[in-house]
Design a protein around this ligand. Sequence first.
Ligand code: ATP
Ligand code: MG
Length: 279
Amino acid sequence: MDLTKVDQEAKAFHKLVETKKVKKGKGTLYTGVDLGTSSIVLSVVDEEGKFIAAAFEKAHAVRDGIVVDYVGAVEVTRRLKQDLEDRLGQTLDLAGAAVVPGADKSTKEVVQNVLEGAGFTVGKIFEEPEAAAVILGIQDGAVVDIGGGTTGISLLKGGRVLASFDEATGGHHMNLVLAGAYHLDYEEAESKKISDKKEIFPVIKPVAEKMATIVKDFLGDKEVDTLYLVGGATDFPEMEALFERVTGLETQKPDYPIYITPMGIALALLEAEDGRTDN
Ligand SMILES: Nc1ncnc2c1ncn2[C@@H]1O[C@H](COP(=O)(O)OP(=O)(O)OP(=O)(O)O)[C@@H](O)[C@H]1O
Ligand SMILES: [Mg+2]
């Protein structure tokens, strides 16, 4: 799979996050809301699928795929929505979100309520890997999403999730290991992980190996060609080779793995709404 186009789009998206600039969009706008363990990210695409705005805030309203601070989640989402609307000079109405694969009905309802509480009309709630697959442009393979809290894996066939699994091992656990090894507090460990990647990788390697082993054990002898790594905690240059060694499978990772799910949600919503008007 050639990820060049995704990498270019994600690079531009990263710029939108960093500079807070917005682009001019055409027609109806679609907002993706990613309620994560470490942050809430909003992405906006226009009706041609161009990403025109993004907003991000660190938040701890979600843990292991469950909204643990409902009021906080609504507040942050509403603030980010307002910020985007001010910058765009236009209101945002239709939004989608995503939950961890296999989440039950009530988890989906809570996520839907968060979006509605923030003032959105909810188009659809996706499963995270489904949304990631849309932006990656893949129909088949295994999507491994490693965020702050969890390692999630989903097997996709024809764009649908066939089977999935997740376990509580993520960037948070890397921080705990680093805090212990370097005698840092949690936030210092988080900063060191990102600023001194090369130096710290050997220290967090056992955590990364555990993540790869979770994936290998889940896959067993299921038929899979390629693994795709997404989520912020996969953002180490050594990750692909490590996953290939542990699982024996070809492994690919886009340049900005942290943005894949939030971008995917907005794009998947556009596709879903397009499908609705075509039929
Ligand atoms: N450049 C980076 N290099 C390494 N790790 C990073 C980088 N940027 C973010 N992270 C880590 O990635 C994690 C956040 O990733 P992501 O935004 O995908 O998670 P999330 O969606 O909030 O969480 P989850 O999906 O588990 O609910 C954090 O642990 C953070 O420290
Ligand atoms: Mg996530």
